[in-house]
Design a protein around this ligand. Structure first.
Ligand code: CTP
Ligand code: MG
Length: 400
């Protein structure tokens, strides 16, 4: 087997904005366009373009969801993908992406995830201009509206000759050292990378952009993107999209007794009962529920989102796990239908606290119904010998 060469090109996809103007109930890049998010559509264009390292910059807490999505879209390029956490401004998010570039990369494109429908041809034009020797190149489209300069009160101050104007789009491409140097020396915040590089004194050239590469900023932009997608589908569906139906998932977990402190199980503290061991509180019931929910939504598993590399979940209780899971599902466009979980344990005795456990787990999941049942195993197996507990969960999720 021959190994593919390490790419010299990288694409930083900035998706860490909150989407204040869109106000879509989740960070903008994680709002659904159809069964897929804005980010996932943007990544389709990126992976259809020339082979490159791809760094996706996302808000804190969305790393796992983004990585799952990006790897799926990447197909055989999955090893080229990484996800990093962004900053408070677009410029600081770009800086976070730059810090994750591989040593061999000499050319960088920065692309707004919000431009979800950018065709691969735009990437190709930008890459070609860089290969032709440009240090900095951006796609641009002519301005079609007649433009006026207005004062703070909205009165027209002057007409602006629109033949001198162009609307800047992304991906914006740079020689790596030009962008890194401009980013390092920046003393002001710029809304795009071309402005940053121009402020550092470098010439920036343009290539033709594309009307489809508009930035989803407000509600009407989102409607337009959705309409364009359904239009392309109704004209020539390449493969019919999977109907987005309710989905079920399964999750199981086992923890051994022998932890520190008191027992935490099914979101409840059980004074006087021996504790379970584990990276967190060992709450096998909560963990089985998390796995069932992630599986139902196709978002991977608990290790991916709450692994031992996430110190904030060390010692955390059910509530933190379930609330974060609910956020992940919400961001991917899923609502929780219901959850059913059964615990197999010799102790504690659940009968008196079953309703309480259901209420606590349900509250952590935003009110979705949770049924808790418990059983013993007639003294058989590790649960029967009271060495540990096992939990089995199923969950139903429905499109939000
Ligand atoms: N972006 C980012 N990090 C930020 C701010 C923005 O990665 N701190 C990204 C956005 O995710 C988006 C692109 O930069 O893909 C362009 O920004 P914009 O359209 O302004 O997105 P938001 O900042 O999310 O939206 P708003 O300004 O309405 O809050
Ligand atoms: Mg913004």
């Amino acid at each position: 087997m021959t190994l593919a060469p390490v790419p010299r090109l990288a694409v930083i996809v900035v998706a860490a904005g909150s989407g204040t103007r869109l106000n879509g109930g989740a960070p903008k890049a994680f709002v659904g366009l159809d069964e897929h998010t804005i980010l996932r559509h943007a990544l389709r264009g990126v992976f259809a373009a020339p082979r490159a390292q791809v760094v996706v910059v996302v808000p804190s807490g969305f790393e796992g969801a983004a990585l799952t999505d990006a790897r799926e879209v990447a197909g055989d390029r999955a090893e080229l993908v990484s996800v990093v956490t962004g900053g408070a401004t677009r410029q600081s998010s770009v800086a976070a992406g730059l810090a994750a570039l591989w040593a061999d990369v000499d050319t960088v494109l920065v692309h707004d995830a919000a431009r979800a429908l950018t065709p691969p041809s735009v990437f190709e034009r930008v890459v070609a201009a860089l290969a032709g020797g440009a240090d900095a190149v951006i796609p641009a489209v002519p301005v079609v509206d007649t433009i006026k300069r207005v004062d703070a009160a909205g009165a027209i101050v002057a007409a602006v000759d629109r033949s001198e104007l162009a609307a800047a789009q992304t991906p914006q491409g740079f020689r790596r050292e030009v962008l890194v140097e401009a980013a390092t020396s920046a003393d002001a915040d710029h809304t795009d990378d071309a402005a940053l590089v121009a402020a550092a004194g470098h010439p920036v050239i343009t290539v033709a952009g594309d009307a489809a590469s508009f930035k989803i900023t407000t509600g009407p932009d989102l409607d337009r993107a959705r309409a364009l997608l359904s239009l392309t589908r109704s004209v020539a569906p390449p493969t019919p999209p999977m109907p987005r139906s309710p989905r079920v998932g399964i999750g199981t977990d086992v923890h051994a007794f022998g932890g520190e402190g008191t027992l935490w199980l099914a979101g409840l503290e059980w004074p006087g009962e021996p504790a379970l061991s584990g990276h967190s509180d060992g709450d096998a019931v909560a963990h089985a529920v998390v796995d069932a929910l992630l599986a139902a939504a196709g978002l991977g598993d608990i290790g991916e989102h709450f692994g031992t590399d996430r110190p904030e979940f060390a010692g955390a209780h059910a509530e933190a796990f379930l609330a974060h899971t609910r956020n992940l599902l919400g961001a991917a466009g899923w609502r929780i239908g219901n959850v059913s979980v059964q615990v197999q344990a010799q102790r504690p005795r659940f009968s008196a606290r079953r309703g309480e456990a259901e209420r606590v787990l349900s509250a952590a999941l935003g009110g979705a119904p949770v049924s808790v049942s418990a059983t013993t195993t007639d003294g058989l197996g590790f649960t029967g010998r009271a060495e540990g507990v096992a939990a089995f969960a199923t969950a139903l999720v429905v499109p939000a």
